[in-house]
Design a protein around this ligand. Structure first.
Ligand code: TRP
Length: 489
C-alpha cells in the first residue's frame, strides 16, 4: 500500500482536526482516523474492515480455544475482548509451542520523546504476558536510528537520550531480565545482525521500497534502507549470543511480533515475510515472522483518534499525577452519554464510542464487572459522571503502580538488559522436545526446525506427564471442595 510520507511522517501523529465532510477511515503507520459520516461525526474504527483490507486473519474463538488447550492458560482479556484481534500465522507459533520447538518474541519502540503514555505501554503489557505464558526469549528493538532519520530536527544525542529513558519505561513494565534482551540500533548493528540487514536489503529494490513506504526522489537514502534493519530483527540468526552460532539451525527459528495494527500494512513485516520466503542459508529456509495485532487505545477525544505524545490533552501520560488523570478524563474524555440526565436515563449511553468505557475494556480485567457497567450505562441507570469515576480510579491505580516500579529502574538495570549475554528460558514444560539452550553462544543438540514428529518414547513421556497433571488437578479440586465445604459449615 503506498502512503504519502513527508518529513514529519514518522513523528508522532497529531490528533486529526474534527473533519466535517464525509471521509473514509484511514489507518497506516502515519495516519489513524475513523470514518466521518454524513453528519460530520467521527465513527469508531471498523476493525473488521481493516482485517479484510490488510489481508490478515481475525483471531476467532476457535483459535482462542486452541490457544487455551495448548498453553493451559486462559487467554488474556485483550484476546478475549478483541483488543488483540488479528494475526498472521499465529497458529504456526502454537504448533511450534506444542511441539517444544523454539521461537522468540520480538517487539520494539521508536524512542522519539520522553513522554510515554498509556497507549505506548499497552503493547508492552501484552508482550510481557506473552513472555510469561510461553516462557521464551524476548527481543526489544530501540529504533533510535529511525527516529533520527525520520525527523528533520532531532539530533543523534537527543534520540540516544530518549532511548535510555524509554528503555527504563519498558523495563518498568516488569520484564524478566533472564529472558529479555533490549538493544539500540546505534549500538548493536554489526556482525551477524548486519549480515542479515544486508541480506534483506539486497532483496528489496528501490521500486518496492517506494511502493511499500511511499518514498520519493527527495527521501533521504537512510530512510529507504531503514526497513531492512527493522526487518532483520525478525531473524533469530541476528542474535548468536542468544540462539547460537550455527545458522543452519537459527535461520529456522521464527519470531512472533506483537505490534499495533498500524505497523502492519505498509511497514517492514509484510516485506520481511516476503523476503524470508525467498531466502535460504545452506539449503535451510528462513522462517517467516508471525504477527499478532492490537488495536490502539483511542485518544481522549474519541474512538476515531490515536493518542499523541506531543499533545498533552490527548493522552494519559505515565508521569501524570492522580489529579491530572482525574481532570483529563473529566474534561476531555469523549462521552457516549446523552445531553441531559432525563434523556440519558430514558435512552442510555453508547458504550461503543464512550472513551471512559473503552479504556475500561483495556484496564479492567474483571469480565463480569465490565459487563455490569456496560448494561448499567446502556440502560441509562449509570450516568457519565459515575462511569468516568470508575475509569479514573482504574487508570490512577495503573499509572501509580507503574510509577512505583519505574522509580526503582536505574542505569544498572538498563545495562543489564542491554548487555549481550545468553538468555535463559524454559519453553513449553509439557512439550517433548527441549528448546536448545545456549551456553557461551553454542546451541544445544535439539534441532531448531524439528519436523514436529514425536518418537514413541516422547509420546509415552507426554502421555505420562498429562496423566500426572490431570491427577494433580483432580487432587487440587478435591482439596478446594473440602475447604469450601468446611467454610460453609
Ligand atoms: N518502528 C517502530 C516505532 O516507530 C518501532 C519498532 C521496531 C517496532 N521494531 C518493532 C514496533 C517491532 C513493533 C514491533 O515505534
Amino acid at each position: 500500500m503506498a502512503t504519502k510520507v513527508d518529513a514529519a511522517a514518522l513523528n508522532e501523529t497529531p490528533i486529526p482536526e474534527p473533519a466535517h465532510k464525509q471521509q473514509k477511515q484511514t489507518i497506516d503507520p502515519y495516519n489513524v482516523s475513523g470514518e466521518v459520516g454524513e453528519d460530520g461525526v467521527v465513527k469508531a474504527i471498523d476493525y473488521n474492515k481493516l482485517v479484510e483490507e490488510f489481508g490478515t486473519k481475525k483471531i476467532d474463538d476457535e483459535l482462542l480455544a486452541r490457544f487455551e488447550r495448548v498453553t493451559g492458560k486462559r487467554p488474556h482479556h485483550f484476546l478475549r475482548r478483541g483488543i488483540v484481534f488479528s494475526h498472521r500465522d499465529f497458529e504456526l507459533i502454537l504448533d511450534r509451542y506444542e511441539r517444544g520447538e523454539p521461537f522468540f518474541l520480538y517487539t520494539g519502540r521508536g524512542p522519539s520523546s520522553d513522554s510515554v503514555h498509556v497507549g505506548h505501554t499497552i503493547p508492552f503489557e501484552f508482550t510481557k504476558w506473552l513472555q510469561d505464558t510461553f516462557d521464551v526469549p524476548l527481543i526489544i528493538m530501540m529504533t533510535d536510528d529511525e527516529k533520527y532519520l525520520f525527523s528533520e530536527k532531532r539530533t543523534i544525542e537527543e534520540v540516544q537520550g530518549y532511548c535510555s529513558s524509554n528503555a527504563k519505561d519498558i523495563i518498568a513494565i516488569g520484564f524478566d531480565p533472564a529472558k529479555t534482551f533490549i538493544f539500540s540500533d546505534f549500538d548493536y548493528v554489526g556482525g551477524a545482525f548486519y549480515r542479515n540487514i544486508v541480506r534483506l536489503s539486497k532483496h528489496i529494490t528501490l521500486n518496492q521500497a517506494r511502493a511499500i513506504f511511499g518514498f520519493n526522489e527527495s527521501s533521504n537514502i537512510g530512510r529507504i534502507h531503514f526497513g531492512s534493519i527493522q526487518g532483520a530483527t525478525s531473524w533469530a540468526s541476528s542474535f548468536p549470543h542468544i540462539f547460537g552460532e550455527d545458522e543452519t539451525k537459527t535461520v529456522g527459528i521464527p519470531a512472533l511480533i506483537p505490534c499495533a495494527i498500524d505497523q502492519d500494512p505498509c511497514k517492514h513485516f509484510r516485506m520481511t515475510r516476503d523476503v524470508s520466503a525467498r531466502l535460504k542459508y545452506q539449503g535451510k529456509p528462513y522462517a517467516k515472522p508471525s504477527l499478532i495485532h492490537a488495536l490502539f487505545l483511542p485518544a481522549l477525544q474519541g474512538p476515531g483518534t490515536k493518542m499523541s505524545a506531543s499533545i498533552d490533552e490527548s493522552a494519559i501520560f505515565m508521569r501524570d499525577t492522580p489529579n491530572q488523570i482525574k481532570n483529563k478524563i473529566n474534561r476531555y474524555a469523549f462521552s457516549g452519554g446523552k445531553v441531559s440526565v432525563e434523556e440519558h436515563r430514558e435512552q442510555g449511553g453508547d458504550t461503543t464510542v464512550d472513551v471512559a468505557f473503552q479504556y475500561l475494556r483495556f484496564f479492567l480485567e474483571d469480565d463480569e464487572e465490565l459487563e455490569r457497567i456496560r448494561v448499567a450505562y446502556e440502560s441509562g441507570e449509570m450516568l457519565t459522571g459515575e462511569l468516568k469515576a470508575i475509569c479514573i480510579k482504574e487508570l490512577q491505580t495503573y499509572v501509580a503502580a507503574f510509577q512505583e516500579r519505574r522509580a526503582k529502574v536505574d542505569d544498572e538495570a538498563v545495562k543489564l538488559f542491554m548487555d549481550r549475554r545468553p538468555l535463559k528460558w524454559g519453553g513449553n514444560p509439557r512439550a517433548p522436545i527441549v528448546v536448545p539452550k545456549v551456553e557461551d553462544g553454542v546451541a544445544g543438540e535439539a534441532a531448531a526446525e524439528g519436523d514436529g514428529k514425536m518418537t514413541k518414547n516422547q509420546l509415552k513421556k507426554l502421555e505420562k506427564l498429562k496423566q500426572a497433571e490431570a491427577k494433580k488437578a483432580q487432587k487440587a479440586k478435591e482439596k478446594a471442595e473440602q475447604a469450601a465445604a468446611k467454610a460453609a459449615a
